[in-house]
Structures are given as C-alpha cells and as structure tokens.
Design a binder for this molecule. Sequence first.
Ligand code: SAM
Length: 269
Amino acid sequence: QARKRFGQNFLHDPGVIERIVRSINPKPDDAIVEIGPGLGAITEEILAINPRLQVVELDRDLIPVLRTKFFNYPEFQIHEADALSFDFRELMTDRPLRIVGNLPYNISTPLIFHLLEQSGVVQDMHFMLQKEVVQRLAAVPGDNNYGRLGIMAQYFCKVQPLFEVGPGAFRPAPKVDSAIVRLVPHKELPHPAKDLKTLQAVVRTAFNARRKTLRKALGAMVTVEQLQSLGINDGLRPENLSLADYVKIADLLVDSGAAPAGNNEVSND
Ligand code: SAM
C-alpha cells in the first residue's frame, strides 16, 4: 500500500525504468546514491551494474522490504533518513557522488535547494519530477515559469531536461505528468556571486513581485540610478533579467555595504 504522505508513486513500467537507467548510465565504480528507492524499481537495475549503491529512504516500513529483496548484495547500504536534512557530504569518499531519484513530488523543491547547497561533492543528479518543476528548472528569461528555482539551479548546475513520463508508468498513477532531468554542477560557477545569501535575497524579492517593474519590485533594495549604472533598464520585469544581471545587482549591494559578504549557504526560505 503506497503512502500518500511520503509521496509514494512506484514505477512499474519496465520500458521507462530501463530508459531512466540508460540515461543515468551507471558505471561499476561510480559512487551512486539513490533518494527514495521505494520498492526498488530503479535500485534493482542500478545494483546489477553497481553493487555498492547507497540509498536514503524515509519510510521505515520499506527498509526490511529492501533488505530482503537485495540480501545478495552485501555492499548495498540503506540509510533510513530524511533526505531533506541528510548530509550527503558524509557519503563522499574518493569520488564525487552521482545522485538519482524518483523524488517525492511534495518535497521536490526544498530537496533540490538542499542538494544544490551540497553540489560541491556531486558529479551529477538525475531526477524524476513533476513535469512543471522540470520546466521551471530549465526556464530562461522571458518564460512564464522562469523564477527562483530555475535561477538558483542554473547558478550551480547545467540543467538538461531529458524526457517526459506519463502517469500510467506509476502505481498508483499520479495526477500530473512527470519528466526526467539531469543536473550537472558547474566545475566553475559561470556567474559567481560575492555573497550567495544576498543573491538569493535579491532574486526572492524580485519574484515576490514578478508582474511589477524592477523599479518597483526591487525599490526597497536598489535605486534606479544603481540599476542604470549596471546597464539594467529599470522598466523591465523580474522575469526578463538573466542570472548574470541578478548577480550584478547582488554584488553591487555587497560593494555598497548594503549587504554582509561571506555567507555561502543556500537557504530555502
Ligand atoms: N524510487 C521508487 C520508484 O521509482 O518506484 C519510489 C519513488 S516514490 C515517488 C518516492 C520515494 O521517496 C518513496 O519511497 C518515499 O517513501 C520516499 N521518501 C519520501 N519522502 C522522503 C524523504 N524525505 N527522504 C527520503 N525518502 C523519502
């Protein structure tokens, strides 16, 4: 019986499972971590290639099911834990982590923010998400769903939407369409901000008023003259600005002493 509060929709379509695993392309020596293995649909296919797979699963009733099913993989490790507060850095040994998961959709946005914070130890991430969340991750300026999630994901990672999956591939079937996305952390940030918290504050403030002009949306933070000094037209809307522009605004706030520098944790508030 799938549990709603854990966002459980188990994959059962072998064709879709195979396509996901082919996209991940697991290698025997990779350090792979699966979030939310559930009944082990993806787990099983990865284990056949990489017997040292580690999983993080919150539902304690699933732990014995997974132990029994995969008893013949002595190196398989199960962490009974909440992925939202899990420190993935602890799993890192000699190589960066490859994180995969058909994520519980009710927590996917905070979970992605939590993982972005740890992207320094990550080689790549492959996630099944609600299709709309994948569109937000990949959105570019001008798109309807361009906003905080896409900007912060693209700050840390290259975002590659891979393919869509219909509700029929799951049991029980979710009410929404799903899609697979690949996130590859940048080796060097293309637009490093002097202070990440300030960047986040600017982006959050801007998109709290996404229909207004920048002049109004960011009025409490920057002056029209400051925007103009950066070559940014204050009559634009938040959805028109690129990541590079947001970084410029945040850096100007740091330089002008309006924001404290030196905090580089990602926050999800
Ligand atoms: N991977 C399986 C599959 O594709 O069939 C199950 C996917 S199901 C959408 C999400 C899984 O994440 C469930 O097994 C659920 O118990 C687990 N889960 C939910 N919240 C979690 C959390 N905070 N941390 C870790 N796992 C969680």
